[in-house]
Design a protein around this ligand. Structure first.
Ligand SMILES: C[S@@+](CC[C@H](N)C(=O)[O-])C[C@H]1O[C@@H](n2cnc3c(N)ncnc32)[C@H](O)[C@@H]1O
Length: 202
């Protein structure tokens, strides 16, 4: 569902999503603060590469972007032709180059929650000690649901913020930032919670 839907809305998405929202840039700065110049950041569910990958590159780092949507990835390639863009799902992608940070921004909640721990395990496993990842999860306990955007249907599922932070803790990470971007309103808006986590040494 999400693959076809993102392919359909890619141009509308690109027009709507070019600037940071809320404290997104601060979260990204917290990830970049833990990376050396020239390091590669994994951008999983990268969309068009704007504004996240674009900012990463402007800050002197490289991007390896992954997305399941050919149309979104084509825009990312057009926007940032010198970076690496891989057509793959979060579930199937295997990081095989050294990476020093990871973004799972507004993408993990499009995957069934039973797959979140394995994906996070894979991503954390690919990072060196001290590296950081940032992700969004749903802001409340709820069942998987389908919502519409630009007239298309999208699947959503998520662990709660507490469960997500526990998963990251069990994977050997500390939570650097964990805060609501928007709180659930008890209705259509299930809320959105931002996490920046750091991989600890054993
Ligand atoms: C809401 S957009 C967010 C894009 C970008 N991260 C941003 O912050 O603007 C979600 C993106 O995740 C991608 N996506 C959703 N499910 C995915 C999956 N299972 N594997 C890979 N990409 C996925 C979509 O194609 C889309 O580009």
């Amino acid at each position: 569902m999400n693959l076809e839907s993102y392919n359909q809305i890619a141009l509308q998405w690109a027009a709507a999503r070019s600037a940071f929202f809320g404290r997104e840039r601060q979260y990204l700065d917290a990830v970049l603060a833990a990376t050396p110049a020239g390091a590669t950041i994994l951008d999983l569910g990268c969309g068009t590469g704007r504004p996240m990958a674009e900012y990463v590159v402007a800050q002197g780092r490289r991007v390896l972007g992954v997305d399941q949507s050919e149309a979104m990835l084509a825009l990312a390639r057009f926007n940032l032709p010198s970076e690496q863009w891989v057509l793959a799902t979060l579930e199937a992608f295997e990081p095989d180059v050294p990476c020093h940070g990871a973004l799972l921004w507004d993408s993990l909640f499009h995957v069934q929650r039973r797959d979140h721990e394995p994906i996070l395990r894979k991503v954390v496993g690919a990072l060196p000690v001290g590296a950081r990842l940032m992700l969004t999860v749903g802001g409340s306990a709820h069942s998987a649901f389908v919502d519409t955007m630009f007239g298309q249907s999208f699947f959503y599922d998520s662990n709660t913020p507490e469960e997500s932070e526990q998963i990251l803790g069990a994977l050997g990470c500390r939570i650097v930032i964990g805060e609501f971007m928007n709180k659930p309103d008890g209705g259509r808006d299930k809320g959105r919670y931002a996490i920046v986590a750091e991989k600890l040494g054993t």
